[in-house]
Design a protein. Structure first.
Length: 478
């Protein structure tokens, strides 16, 4: 029998009177999988025009709606109070879960986290307005006949780890990481391209002073300490994400049993079967990363989200994951490369993800001419890997390597007369560049654009200093 619910911040012995099981706590409410229902579709919810029903759960319905003021589609999660059919405890329980998500309106701003745009405490049916994600949950890809490529699974894990690291830094533990709460998007060919963490109704705010429910989550993905009702930190969510990755790789969760009691016993006492023999291409290194995330004791797991993310991306860098359909550079590789470059030293994770998605990434062979003297240009390049040399009147005047920029003066120039290159720039070793134009830079958020401005100022100050040194000490510089 499942122990009763208690509060993490309640006085000792305070117990919720709502008899429920763990599974009932988290009836899935997928945001992108349309279901049919008998309820009549409302024409409007608040100022939003309802388009269709997206999903339905035990305590809420999710609709696709149109925000005509901002000219965008949104997902609206409307809570159903138990009312006359339930008890006061039911209403209090549901209200707590609504309040947990409502408190996050406007706080979650990360490219791999579903944004909560607004929360309306309607007395009959309160609702949340969320970013609409056109895609599907990961539940489909847990089936043995629908498994994703290993490289895609590792990429999903890396992005989720980075996103949940962001969430944890603002004081939150998700507590219900499972396939139904991870939304994936596809390209036109149906290839999974990105992922977003959703559904923060079970979130635990480490800084909150109010009473919070504990023992929430989905049993198949819950850590032992979460099942026991202990105080938890990010390592509980690390366990849950590792369990999801295990499921995506093997086509089954780490533990299976005929009853909740038997399943809980396995979570507490059994070691998950090795992944190596369950699927072709799984290396011992990949299995070791997942098994460490699933360690029984929190101290034996990765201690931070950053260390878990680094372990996952390290599998790609060490070729421990077979490269199949994604032969191009993965987003995780690009992200880690950007983080290592001096130009992006002041950028945070959110801004780096913007650069990953907005920049144009190109590879150039030895001898390629990046710029020619006299031509007009508006594109600037940041050297990610390789080397280029700058020639003026046939003489080499500079050599630029990884982390430096070239062409920023043409980009910053106020008029066409100043946008003509004064030198030739040649690739002298196979080079990977990150480039922007005024049009692509304008698509960045104000915060990211501000960081670019600061980076440009640093570049210009260094070059002015170098020019001053050359004039003041020509022999020493030469």
């Amino acid at each position: 029998m499942t122990p009763p619910l208690v509060s993490e911040t309640a006085a000792p012995g305070e117990v919720s009177r709502r008899p429920t099981t763990i599974d009932e706590l988290t009836e899935p409410v997928p945001l992108t999988e349309r279901t049919t229902g008998d309820a009549e579709l409302p024409q409007r919810i608040g100022r939003y025009r309802v388009l269709r029903l997206l999903g339905e759960g035990a305590t809420s319905q999710v609709y696709l709606a149109r925000d005509e003021f901002h000219n965008r589609d949104v997902a609206i999660k409307r809570v159903r109070w138990a009312g006359a059919q339930g008890s006061a405890d039911d209403d209090n329980y549901q209200e707590r879960f609504f309040a947990a998500e409502a408190a996050l309106a406007g706080r979650l701003q990360h490219p791999n986290v579903v944004e909560i745009l607004d929360a309306v405490p309607d007395p009959v049916a309160p609702y949340l307005v969320m970013e609409y994600v056109p895609g599907e949950t990961l539940r489909r890809y847990c089936r043995p006949d629908q498994l994703l490529a290993l490289e895609t699974i590792v990429e999903i894990g890396f992005k989720c780890a980075m996103a949940l690291g962001y969430v944890y830094r603002i004081g939150l533990v998700h507590r219900d990481i499972k396939p139904a709460n991870l939304l994936v998007m596809h390209d036109r060919a149906g290839v999974v391209t990105d992922v977003k963490v959703s559904d923060f109704g079970s979130v635990f705010d480490r800084h909150a002073q109010t009473t919070q429910i504990f023992r929430v989550g989905s049993l198949a993905y819950m850590s032992p300490e979460q099942l026991e009702g202990n105080v938890i930190d990010c390592r509980a969510d690390i366990y849950s994400l590792a369990a999801v990755l295990y499921h995506l790789i093997a086509g089954r969760p780490p533990f299976e049993a005929a009853s909740q009691t038997a399943l809980m016993h396995r979570v507490f006492h059994d070691v998950p079967p090795s992944l190596v023999n369950q699927r072709a291409g799984v290396s011992a290194a990949l299995d070791a990363v997942i098994q460490r995330g699933l360690a029984k004791h929190p101290d034996d797991r990765f201690t931070t989200w950053e260390s878990f993310a680094e372990a996952l991306s390290g599998l790609v860098a060490a070729n421990e994951v077979p490269r199949g359909q994604l032969q191009a550079v993965l987003d995780s590789e690009r992200f880690n490369l950007l983080r290592s470059l001096e130009f992006f030293a002041g950028f945070g994770d959110v801004e780096l993800w913007e650069v990953v998605h907005r920049a144009k990434w190109q590879r150039f062979p030895y001898g390629h001419k990046l710029f020619s003297r006299g031509e007009e240009g508006r594109t600037f390049y940041i050297i990610a890997q390789g080397d280029v040399e700058v020639f003026r009147d046939g003489a080499r005047v500079a050599q630029l390597g990884a982390g430096t920029s070239v062409g920023e003066m043409m980009y910053l120039a106020p008029n066409p007369a100043l946008r003509r290159h004064s030198a030739d720039v040649l690739v002298t070793a196979p080079t990977t560049t990150i480039s922007f134009t005024p049009q692509t830079l304008a698509q960045l958020s104000p915060g990211c654009s501000h960081l670019f401005d600061k980076a440009f100022i640093r570049v210009l100050v260094r070059r002015l200093h170098a020019a001053h040194e050359a004039l003041a000490h020509p022999r020493r510089v030469g």
